[in-house]
Design a protein around this ligand. Structure first.
Ligand code: URA
Ligand code: CA
Length: 442
């Protein structure tokens, strides 16, 4: 077998055999195939696709390219994964809530990528928090506390690490077989037995249309189901940031505010919906209604917030931030961005807002950049809201007056106002199960 004949086959749109797939995945993981040949293959897959059998084989070979965990966490290990969004802090809300209801949340998260935030960067804004834990410690925290959130271990699915880095810089991210295999190989390797996927649709999402997001969700559910996992996908809206806060410490604060009962809104709503799917998928609740009742009572009793404190303490962090959010890093400059005209907010460019946060220092431009945990912004208006000229639409938390002024125009450019009333953005579109697709209304 050789890489050139594999390239030749995929160039002509022919299906690759399991052996061919195993050959190039091994070459990706051990470095024996060059970057230029891998990227040519990635582009051929992006253009000519893969059928369901090839996608399943690719997923399994990538999962097996490193360690495969089979952790004993004292219950069904459940994971949730979002395809990436802006102001999308559901993990920090639902991991402790699901744990408070008896779930075992084994969560490996990423760092920020491009315009999207990463849960690991957010958690690191909590003083002392450790996000790189040895496997045994990670598993023992899940067993004892019920949840732990750590960075992706380099020993898991190493083929994905190499392929993902190449895709990011060769315009080959938006391919269904490549996304499915990338996400699910990591979940399988980490030992998740129940998986809830949050597939985003809208202006800040990885796939360009709602139909494409539903196709991606169906492909992932089908592969997960065939691999014997309990799996469902929620297709949710990303027309604007889900929470009002964008930025690392700001998003931690918003999650704490929700768990403390001080804040509500779309982030809470979508987190509870995803959490209910996790409880059902892992067998802790018999149905969605029972799951929602459990989650709401964990929220109201403060059990969810107490779980977050336990998890932070177990991971070496200062859990006093949960009682006093002023202990989180704070930016020196607060700067209101004001509307220039009257109108209804009709459209938000989610990608542009994510990039504005990245430019403020909340994300990285190059891989080695250090992020500033304190900076970001709070959106004061949502799609459908009416604003008057001079109203504050967004409050910047900036490192300097100069940076705030530079960011102001980027924020205004990302917002579209119209004179006629416009509806709110949809939060939930569809629930995809192995049995079929159900449309959701919120
Ligand atoms: N997240 C991943 O981990 N992989 C992808 O391909 C896309 C999103
Ligand atoms: Ca993410």
């Amino acid at each position: 077998m050789d890489i050139i004949s594999i390239l030749e086959d995929k160039k002509h749109g022919r299906a690759l055999s399991r052996e061919q797939i195993a050959y190039f995945v091994k070459g990706a993981a051990d470095g024996s195939i060059a970057d230029y040949q891998l990227t040519a293959l990635l582009m051929a897959i992006r253009l000519n696709g893969m059928d369901a059998r090839e996608t399943a084989d690719l997923t399994m070979e990538m999962a097996a390219s490193g360690n495969m965990l089979n952790p004993d966490v004292g219950g069904t290990p459940v994971d949730k994964h979002s395809t990436g969004g802006v102001g999308d802090t559901t993990t920090l809300v639902l991991a402790p809530l699901v744990a408070a209801c008896g779930g075992k949340v084994l969560k490996m998260s990423g760092r920020g990528l491009g315009h999207t935030g990463g849960t690991i960067d957010k958690l690191e804004s909590i003083p002392g928090m450790r996000v790189e834990l040895p496997e045994e410690e990670f598993v023992s925290i899940v067993r004892r506390v019920g949840c732990a959130v750590v960075g992706q271990s380099p020993q898991l699915a190493p083929a994905d690490k190499r392929l993902y880095a190449l895709r990011d810089v060769t315009a080959t991210v938006d391919s269904v077989p490549l996304i499915v295999s990338s996400i699910l190989s990591k979940k399988f390797a980490a030992g998740a037995k129940a998986i809830v996927l949050d597939v985003k649709a809208g202006s800040g999402a990885i796939m360009p249309t709602l139909d494409a997001s539903i196709e991606l969700a169906k492909a992932m559910v089908s592969i997960g189901d065939h691999a014997g996992r309990k799996i469902v996908a929620v297709v949710s809206g990303m027309e604007e940031p889900l929470g009002s806060h964008v930025g690392n410490a700001l998003e931690v604060k918003e999650a704490i505010d929700i768990l403390s009962g001080r804040a509500a809104g779309p982030l809470k709503y979508v987190s509870l919906f995803l959490g209910s799917q996790m409880l059902v998928a892992s067998g802790v609740a018999n149905n969605e209604e029972e799951a929602l009742t459990k989650l709401n009572s964990a929220l109201e009793s403060g059990a969810g917030l107490r779980k977050l404190k336990e998890m932070i303490t177990a991971q070496g962090g200062d859990c006093r931030v949960c009682d006093d959010v002023s202990l989180l890093p704070k930016a020196p400059v607060l700067y209101p961005v004001k509307a220039r005209q009257d109108g209804y907010l009709s459209h938000v460019n989610g990608t542009a807002l994510g990039l504005a946060a990245q430019r403020m220092g909340a994300g990285r431009i190059s891989k080695t950049d250090k992020i500033d945990p304190a900076v970001g912004f709070v959106m004061e208006k949502r799609i459908g809201d009416f604003v008057k000229a001079g109203d504050t639409v967004c409050t910047l938390h900036a490192a300097s007056e100069q940076n705030a002024k530079e960011t102001e125009q980027r924020i205004l450019d990302a917002l579209t106002f119209v004179s006629d009333p416009t509806p709110k953005a949809r939060l939930l579109y569809a629930l995809v199960k192995p049995e079929g697709v159900t449309e959701l209304n919120d």
